[in-house]
Ligand binder design. Sequence first.
Ligand code: HEM
Ligand code: HEM
Length: 417
Amino acid sequence: MKDRPAISCAIRHAFGWLFFANLIGVVMALLLVFPQAGNFLGGFTYGRWVPLHLNWQLYGWTSLPLIAWLFSIYEVDRYSKTSAWAKVAVAGWSLALACGGLSWLMGHSSGKIFLDWKGAALWVFLAAQVGLWISLARALRKNTGEWTSWARLLRGLALAFLAMVPFSLWLTTSPQTYPPINPSTGGPTGASLLGSTLTVVALLLLLPRTLRLTGTPRSGRWYVALWVFEFVAFILLEWRGGTHRQIEQILGLALLIPWVWLIPRCLLDFTWPKETVFWRRSALLWWGALVLLGWAEFLPGILDRMKFTNGLVAHSHLAMAGFTSSYVLLLSVALGGRKMGELLRRGSMLWQGSVIVYVMAMIACGWLEGAEYSWMSEMPLWRTALYVVRLLCGLVMLGVSWQWWWGNIYGRKLDEA
Ligand code: HEM
Ligand code: HEM
């Protein structure tokens, strides 16, 4: 990663957060196997640790590589001044995550999953977001002469859109906007799952183009047309509402299935650097599994059995530890170059293997839990065994993330030969 200090800084921080979030995950898995261990933790009960695990994975591990991607799009590393600003923004972001961690441990939370920000921690996080926005705006102003008018316009529009993020976070975290537990909903509709996944589809389609990869891509027009058609379908279906028992909701979610084939077709039209092969294949395989299993999970009979069980914990880890992590690892290697590719290849099979076993163990656990409810009053052996399997997988994932962060990336000059 030659002369790209801000990008490399954001990626380093991301790996640090992966390690700390996994550490908390292991503490939680340990508490679920040995609840008596909670006696040593005093007031820091299980529920206090959960937001640290979730938010550090989301806003640390999976968001910072996206911030590095923004740095690359806005070319913040072209000048040392804009690069320095961007590095300060990354430090501010990590400071906010540390403040958040402290505040959740102390029991301050809005009560909303992934939107737990409250009080001082919320304001530090909002300030970090504004700082990041300013660093991108400075880069836009400074680099403006280097880009075509079209490229300038797109970056300007994207920045205008990003300006809304702090305000929407402030609004959605507030219990006044909508309550933490909404009695009028039993969960997301097929349409809302379609809508949120279409954002992921857009990020996948944008990746090769924003990385300026060459190749012989087919016209993007058909992809855009299909995406817009599905987005309109999402709005209409969401407006009608419904549950997983209605055929239009099931078919609406099935609109994602063609992307299992279309996303690889689009990405493989480009010439990717050799070092990205492993993570590209992993991301695409996880993507296929996520869409197909996610859709199957929505079907009546299956969702009824899996809801409120570890079946959904399996889904969350398939989506985030499997697919999203492979995606941000691909991004890190694509931005970081050959050396980064080499460093992250070590331990990669161990990571994927342990995520697969983790997910399979939790699918089995969820399926058995849905069959009969006696596990709620007693801890059957099959459940303890599957929790131990999860704990062991977690320890391997923790080891790999330590190796990636501290062993391979931290303090290393990534542009060395
Ligand atoms: C990167 C993409 C995705 C992420 C990060 C994600 C994450 C999540 C999370 C965190 C939950 C809540 C789990 C819980 O309540 O314990 C969930 C629920 C669910 N997701 Fe996903 N998901 C993704 C993509 C998908 C896709 C593509 C589908 C289907 C094709 C899908 C189908 C579902 C279903 C059916 C539920 C359960 C809804 C309910 O509670 O009624 N997800 N997802
Ligand atoms: C060391 C590896 C990991 C371990 C041991 C671990 C463990 C756990 C545990 C014990 C839970 C709580 C389940 C419950 O309350 O019943 C959980 C939830 C969750 N974890 Fe992890 N985790 C790990 C890695 C990850 C990674 C890498 C991600 C994302 C990138 C992630 C995202 C999540 C999410 C989204 C939930 C909420 C699940 C839900 O409510 O359905 N975890 N994890």
